[in-house]
Ligand binder design. Structure first.
Ligand SMILES: Nc1nc2c(ncn2[C@@H]2O[C@H](COP(=O)(O)OP(=O)(O)O)[C@@H](O)[C@H]2O)c(=O)[nH]1
Ligand SMILES: [Mg+2]
Length: 238
């Protein structure tokens, strides 16, 4: 029987870690692994294929949000009931994957793996980044009426409903995919929950540090969250 789970891995120049990340997933899950290689200049795509993944390549770099959108479109066109998103750098522990998928099985549409929720492992971030994360957590949680401690986490699982929603609209604006996608899910009536995960240091390669890099992006995201309620969901097909 074909698997009903798809794991989407956005990747940019992750040849050092992509093979072991895919192996770690395949050891634990009966899942299709889709690597969205976003114009890598190294052997990311070859190593991903060698490890058994399907690889979609963007001809040049479009960013993580666009990579996720490609992933959700692929997932929506297949028989998948559940999708998972995981980073290619080894920071996310595949040991937490089953818990993320189970939470979808019990009715959630978007399950966020949180480094900061109660029960999560210790994970150190710089104090400025931590402050940004706290601000985002506070404004987003208030906006959606549910506490999300790790709004920028890229370790997530999605129901079929979420897959279809995000195949039709997923934010690709620089740096905002994780935060804005939660707003889109919320305003389309999807159930969002958070569960604790542990997070490692990167196992190789170089961080783009792309999730929150500057005060500018923090302010932009806070504004995006603040105006969210005035934006209506797009009609289907857009
Ligand atoms: N497709 C795609 N993936 C990217 C891009 N930038 C980073 N990634 C991937 O997104 C994940 C998180 O990136 P990372 O640099 O580790 O961000 P951080 O963990 O938030 O510091 C990793 O799997 C990266 O390979 C990009 O421009 N396109
Ligand atoms: Mg990382």
């Amino acid at each position: 029987m074909r698997t009903r789970v798809i794991v989407i891995v956005p990747a940019l120049n992750e040849q050092a870690t992509i093979g072991s990340v895919i192996a770690g997933i395949r050891e634990r899950l009966d899942a299709e692994v889709l690597v969205v290689d976003d114009g890598s200049a190294d052997a990311t795509a070859d190593r991903a294929r060698a490890a058994g993944a399907v690889v979609v390549r963007h001809p040049f770099n479009l960013g993580v949000g666009a990579a996720l959108r490609t992933g959700f479109r692929f997932a929506a066109s297949g028989p998948y009931r559940v999708a998972m998103q995981i980073d290619a750098d080894g920071q996310h522990d595949p040991g937490d994957a089953a818990a993320l998928l189970e939470a979808v099985g019990s009715g959630a549409d978007v399950v966020v793996g949180s480094r900061f929720a109660e029960g999560a492992g210790d994970y150190e971030v710089s104090s400025s980044r931590r402050l940004s994360m706290k601000v985002l957590s506070r404004v987003l949680s208030r906006r959606i009426g549910r506490r999300i401690t790790d709004t920028t986490s890229g370790y997530r699982a999605f129901s079929r409903r979420a897959i279809e929603l995000f195949a039709s609209q997923y934010p690709s604006a620089y740096l905002s995919d994780t935060v804005e996608s939660l707003l889109i899910a919320h305003y389309n009536g999807l159930e969002i929950i958070e569960i604790p995960v542990s997070m490692n240091e990167r196992l190789g390669g170089v961080a783009s540090n792309n999730r929150i890099r500057s005060v500018y992006h923090l302010i932009r995201l806070v504004l995006v969250i603040s105006i969210a309620r005035t934006r209506r969901p797009l009609p289907k097909g857009h």
